[in-house]
Design a protein around this ligand. Sequence first.
Ligand SMILES: [Mn+2]
Length: 373
Amino acid sequence: MRILHTSDWHLGLALYHVSMLDEQREMVRQLLKTVEIERVEAVILAGDVFDHAVANAETIRLYNDAMTALCQRAGVPVLICAGNHDGAARLASCASLLREAGLFVSGRLTREIQPVIVGDAAIFLLPYFHIDEVRALYPEAEVKSYAEAMAAVTAEMRGRFVAGKRNILAAHCFAAGAQLSESDRAAAVGGSNQVGCDVFEGFDYVALGHLHRAQNPAPQVRYSGTPLCYSFSEAGQGKSFTLLDTSDLSVREIPVCPVHELRVIKGGYDRILEQAPFDVRPDDYLKIELDDCFAGLERLELLRQYYPNLLLLTGKAEEGKDSGELTVEALSALQPKDLVCRFYAEMTGEEPDEELLGWFEQAAREIEEAEAE
Ligand SMILES: [Mn+2]
């Protein structure tokens, strides 16, 4: 049996104020085509279906159309575990009714997670959870870290493994050993939530969501990655759906072709301007990094004549920045303030000023004090 594993659609996301909804609509079209061509029998969506807890009407329409096309027209069950971006309660509304239609949504952690049986697979849906939920559900377990919380939950699931089936877990979390994109950073602010892959022992396949790069942090533990680039730090990363064959547990990547590629151009201003008229892909979503002068409105306007989708222009001040490649380990070593500075610089192309950082530090202190109480 073939299962299509995908995650982190972030429906409704805007990149520098440009809506990605048309890109996402095209991605869904390609997903439906893949389901048909590859005779897919189940789709796992491992969290962050939506970018915001409260999605707008147009975004919900796309979700609605996608699920209807899959469950009803194609007759393929869809299995969803909520991610940290999803409004879990909203996403899981009418969950028991929707099960009848083939849409399985797990919004909130419970202790009795029963697997969904599809063909030769028993699929456990684990929504993104807070450590306190696990402490409340498992009062007998001593849960001191997020990894211990995850261990308690997966141990309970192991007791429910179905013999003779492929026991598969769908979850939304940080697995140690994975490579991060800059865009994954925001998820790390406010605590170390990473778990070692040993907590997944026994599962035949773990379909993860949360990190944006497709990868295997451990054998049989897989991030499908986002189906589209959602940050310039992901530019050039081939995006795909993961196709799992349950007979031999092999995986294959099915590339997703975006309407517009994300691209970064680096170099001197004069040279970039000189070559712009000959660029064969002028409609790409672009970030231009000038290395010999400052960015500025005038230069932005001029470059936009050739590149209508130029979303971000940075200048010399940003020299010396790292490439944006981070490991989970390096990330956990970063202080919240570093994370905010990097995030701000990526979003705006500028350094945050002292006043703004002051506000952040004040807010962080208040949260820390509230949590200590
Ligand atoms: Mn996430």
